[in-house]
Design a protein around this ligand. Structure first.
Ligand code: 5AD
Ligand code: SF4
Length: 459
């Protein structure tokens, strides 16, 4: 379970309130949406629990990006049947809800409500209707209205020192493997005025680090309180002025939306952290063309070079797909070369999953499952090696950590470094003093590394 939603759980269910269980699958945008749905249902008498066991309302905030993500939802619903109350309402939201609509009822009869990511603000109404007509009617809402949901959501709550804020949704790029343009709709930005207000509210509640979310977040453009249109770089500069905000991150960016301002922001604004998630997907130009990425490997590498010239220590992150239709061993090896050349701080690798309705799924030259599996294993090993190597460069050096919570043992706290590496820190002082450090940025000497994390001592 993502940490943020864990922090949002009501430790005791107040008398007279019903139990709501929200499970978010997939991306961080779903984590954000899941939290907002929990906040939305509270005034309607639903407190958040951490289990579907005994829940009155279960919301599955789903992901449709790969077949496995869909399958997980249906297997969870099957399991849930045995433990939720007889009159519990099961609602399927998110991208699978959007993509499958009423077909979900055929596969999972106990589901009563299906809705998409852009109608989540109407959840109270769906639940009210489902309660009224229990078992007799089914509700489907997969409209893609123009980002109305943000206006209809309550004031955001903070759940610890870090927060996600969705600033842009949807995608117009139509990569041939991807369902996002169909499930999240066209690329639309929230106004900068609303984003700034939301971050101010979060900062007042103790948030120190904000991660701005969007499918193509570097294509962001929105008008601020002074009526000026801001790009992502402009928005970051405005957010950096907010009292209490110390760290800014953003994800996910697209290579074709890079501009001078975006490169320079890493040098100009010290609150923008030296970490950049910029997916390339493949190291082969032939495959990039088949994926409709509209950029070459060389263009991508020149972006990385320019970023490093601005911010030499920047941690690069990326997404990669192996086994796209037509991918040969040579194409795959080119992807491995890019991984080694960039020296990613972290990266995410996936085996291509043909998604119904996307152009890629209709191609005849699909790669065999066994080959995809083998290439994925090779790629994940290459990514892991990169990550270990990157993390090792910090051992013996000083860094800072935003403390997010206690570690797994007494005397340990955990948080992340500017380069977004998890770090446990040995601290002295009693439990009280240690708790006080949560939400603080502390100076740390890194003493050792584990596979995907660092360990250090507070200075
Ligand atoms: N199969 C495998 N991976 C995919 N992604 C998107 N669509 C697919 C698919 N059909 C990956 C891309 C994207 C990340 C969020 O998920 O790498 O950047
Ligand atoms: Fe999907 Fe490509 Fe849009 Fe990213 S840019 S959401 S991979 S279509």
């Amino acid at each position: 379970m993502p940490v943020l939603i864990q922090h949002a759980i009501d430790s005791e269910i107040p008398a007279g309130m019903k139990r709501l269980f929200v499970k978010s699958y997939g991306c961080q945008m779903n984590v954000y949406d899941g939290l907002r749905m929990a906040e939305l249902m509270k005034p309607h008498g639903y407190a958040l629990t951490d289990t579907y066991d005994g829940a009155d309302l279960v919301v599955l905030n789903t992901c449709h990006i790969r077949e496995k993500a869909d399958e997980k939802v249906f297997s969870d619903i099957g399991r849930m049947k045995k433990v939720t109350a007889d009159d519990a309402i099961i609602a399927v939201g998110g991208c699978t809800g959007q993509a499958l609509g009423a077909d979900i009822f055929k596969r999972a009869q106990q589901v009563q409500v299906v809705f998409g990511p852009q109608s989540m603000h109407r959840l109270p109404e769906f639940v009210e209707r489902a309660t009224r007509h229990h078992g007799l009617s089914r509700i489907v809402d997969t409209e893609l209205p123009e980002l109305q949901k943000f206006d209809a959501l309550p004031t955001p709550g903070a759940y610890g020192p870090t927060a996600f804020v969705t600033i842009q949704e949807g995608c117009d790029k139509f990569c041939t493997y991807c369902v996002v343009p169909y499930t999240r709709g066209p690329e639309l930005s929230r106004s900068a005025k609303d984003v700034v207000k939301e971050v101010q509210i979060l900062a007042e509640q103790g948030v120190r680090e904000v991660c701005l979310l969007g499918q193509n977040v570097n294509a962001y453009h929105g008008v601020n309180a002074a009526g000026k249109e801001l790009t992502l770089a402009g928005l970051l500069k405005e957010l950096a002025q907010i009292n209490g905000i110390e760290r800014l991150r953003f994800t996910t960016s697209h290579p074709n939306n890079m501009n001078d301002e975006m490169f320079n922001i890493f040098a100009e604004e010290e609150k923008v952290m030296p970490y950049f998630h910029l997916p390339v997907q493949s190291g082969s130009n032939k495959i990039l063309a088949a994926m409709n990425r509209n950029h070459t490997v060389e263009e991508y590498l020149s972006h990385v070079e320019r970023l490093r010239s601005v911010r030499p220590d920047i941690a690069m992150s990326g997404d990669f797909i192996v086994g796209f239709p037509g991918e040969t061993e040579e194409d795959y090896l080119q992807t491995l070369s890019v991984i080694a050349e960039v020296g990613y701080g972290t990266a995410y690798g996936f085996a291509y999953s043909p998604r119904p309705g996307t152009p890629g799924a209709a191609l005849s030259n699909q790669v065999e499952e066994a080959v995809k599996k083998e290439r994925l294993a090779g790629m994940l090993a290459a990514i892991e090696a990169c990550q270990e190597n990157f993390n090792s460069t910090f051992v013996g050096k000083e860094t800072t950590v935003l403390v997010e919570g206690p570690g797994d043992q007494d005397g340990l706290l955990k948080g992340r470094t500017p380069h977004n590496i998890s770090c446990t820190i040995a601290v002295s002082g009693d439990a009280e003093a240690q708790t006080q450090l949560i939400g603080e940025i502390v100076r740390v000497k890194v003493t050792s590394q584990r596979k995907f994390s660092l360990h250090g001592e507070q200075l």
